[in-house]
Design a protein around this ligand. Structure first.
Ligand code: Z5A
Length: 201
């Protein structure tokens, strides 16, 4: 059976993931890609998003991790796995590497990759100095959520964890300097994907 193509975008705050996901969605429009974002993307995910990002509840770090992962598993079952099985392209704005970087790397929770979570074919790590990313969000007027409101040191631990993840899986990860222009980064994304898109037909 033909398996689709699974592309994920990761990075610290304000690294431009959503911008690049949108540009890629437009570039691939003719192939009707399935676009998802985390946390969210389905009813359970959106409810969990409310709790983990905007709820007033004090969450145990491991409980927080399981909430993110529960939302992800539901998204896999409802959307990602069926789309890949049908040969479609799936583009995700954050996926399990976010849990490994935020809950694992920054909060120190023991993390693993469940065997039922498909591995992406390509993961773009948009790398940007932490202060630069936070400045972008402040300029854009985004009100920080519970995780974004953490200290600069927390966000540096996230960025370091992402760098370690990318170094440990160089075939899956493509690390891009996200301080460049939107268009330049998009061109680098397309250059990396082109051979895979050609092979997919
Ligand atoms: N989280 C977690 O802890 N564990 C998990 O397992 C998962 C998530 C899945 C989700 O927040 C939070 O959940 C996140 C991690 C945590 N929080 N933190 N911290 P979200 O969904 O609300 O947002 P986000 O995923 O963190 O995205 P973001 O950081 O807010 O933004 P972004 O997607 O990386 O960037 P953007 O929206 O595309 O761009 C930000 C601004 O920069 C905007 O004004 C753009 O126009 C501008 N921009 C974009 N690209 C450029 C370039 N190249 N140059 C100049 N300006 C640019």
């Amino acid at each position: 059976m033909r398996r689709g193509l699974f592309i994920t975008f990761e990075g610290p705050e304000g690294s431009g993931k959503t911008t690049q996901v949108e540009l890629l969605g437009q570039a691939l429009a003719g192939r009707e890609p399935v676009m998802v974002r985390e946390p969210g993307g389905n009813e359970l995910g959106e409810r969990i998003r409310e709790i983990v990002l905007y709820g007033a509840m004090e969450l145990d770090p491991e409980a927080e991790m399981y909430l993110f992962m529960a939302g992800r598993r539901q998204l896999i079952a409802e959307v990602i796995a069926p789309a890949l099985a049908a040969g479609q392209i799936v583009v995700a704005d954050r996926y399990h590497d976010s849990t490994l970087a935020y809950q694992g790397g920054a909060r120190g929770v023991p993390t693993t990759w469940p065997s039922t979570f498909p591995r992406p074919d390509v993961t773009f790590l948009l790398s940007v100095p932490v202060e630069h990313g936070l400045e972008r969000l402040a300029r854009a007027g985004k009100k920080p959520d519970r995780v974004e409101g953490e200290s600069v040191e927390f966000h540096k631990r996230v960025a370091d964890a992402y760098e370690r993840l990318a170094a440990s899986e160089p075939r899956r990860f493509t690390r891009l300097d996200a301080t460049g222009s939107r268009e330049h980064i998009h061109m680098a994304v397309m250059e990396r994907l082109q051979p895979m898109l050609d092979a997919a037909g």
